[in-house]
Design a protein around this ligand. Structure first.
Ligand SMILES: [Fe+2]
Ligand SMILES: [Fe+2]
Length: 269
């Protein structure tokens, strides 16, 4: 079997472009006052966050000098912007104003802009792990069928985003080990923990309505982040939906936060 390349991700993102075309925008459910209290501010924050990828990330990606990676990154950015667009339309439909900016988004944007491409992707990965768990909480936080439909599709996309970032990191860090790699891993675990606490603090009402208390949220984040660390190992399993596994076949992969309610990991089938 040929090894996985960025072309596999490019092909996946290309094939995945139109899956928001048939959403139930005619769903008449208007969020109730208690549903609004639960999800309003975090929806605004995440809608803002989804729209923040862009030129900078693309120019960093180009520095790698792999046109297939650049093309995959361009499609990835487009997909995140689609998330922002559909969530924005949902906000408009519910009469919730869109945010122009949010401090958490500014922090992440600033953090991404220091150091190199690998660091940029590691910071992005932290934000994607938070998103993966948030959309699962949001799915359960309201009775809106449209919002649940949005959450499900975004969760499926975010799963592949995690795989894409992990594959990139594995490529960038190939052959590296020792104390430096260990220290780097600890530093990003600290960043992940900080981001999780910040995300819970700013989105507490949605997390609670979605069934997450502080500790169960942190546990879910830790499990998801550990899964991404395993994917980055040279022998870790990374799959592209509709494609092939990037590493030696294993009987079953660990469960991810996107797997809702009982979806099986493709690569394990
Ligand atoms: Fe997204
Ligand atoms: Fe994402």
């Amino acid at each position: 079997m040929l090894p996985m390349t960025f072309t596999d991700f490019k092909n996946y993102f290309e094939a995945n472009q139109n899956h928001y075309a048939d959403l139930a925008w005619d769903d008449p459910h208007q969020l109730t006052p208690s549903e609004l209290r639960a999800v309003r501010s975090s929806l605004q924050t995440f809608q803002r966050g989804e729209s923040s990828e862009g030129h900078y990330l693309y120019s960093r990606a180009k520095q790698l000098g792999d046109p297939e990676y650049t093309a995959a990154m361009r499609l990835f950015i487009k997909e995140e912007q689609t998330h922002a667009a559909v969530l924005g339309r949902f906000l408009d439909q519910q009469g919730i104003p869109r945010l122009r900016g949010h401090w958490l988004d500014d922090v992440f944007r600033g953090l991404r802009r220091v150091l190199n491409l690998e660091h940029t992707i590691r910071v992005l990965l932290v934000a994607e792990v938070v998103a993966a768990v948030y959309y699962r909480a949001l799915f359960s936080a309201t009775y809106s069928g449209l919002l649940q439909q949005l959450c499900r599709r975004i969760m499926l996309d975010e799963e592949m985003h995690l795989n894409f970032q992990c594959f990139t990191l594995r490529t960038l860090a190939a052959g590296r080990g020792g104390v430096g790699a260990w220290l780097r891993r600890q530093a990003y675990r600290v960043l992940m923990a900080g981001a999780a606490v910040a995300a819970y603090t700013t989105s507490r009402s949605a997390m609670r309505a979605g069934g997450y208390g502080f500790f169960s949220f942190l546990t879910a984040i830790a499990a998801e982040y550990a899964r991404t660390e395993r994917m980055q190992r040279p022998d870790g399993l990374i799959a592209v939906r509709g494609g092939k596994a990037a590493a030696p076949a294993q009987p079953a992969g660990p469960l991810g936060a996107w797997q809702w309610p009982s979806q099986r990991l493709r690569a394990a089938q």
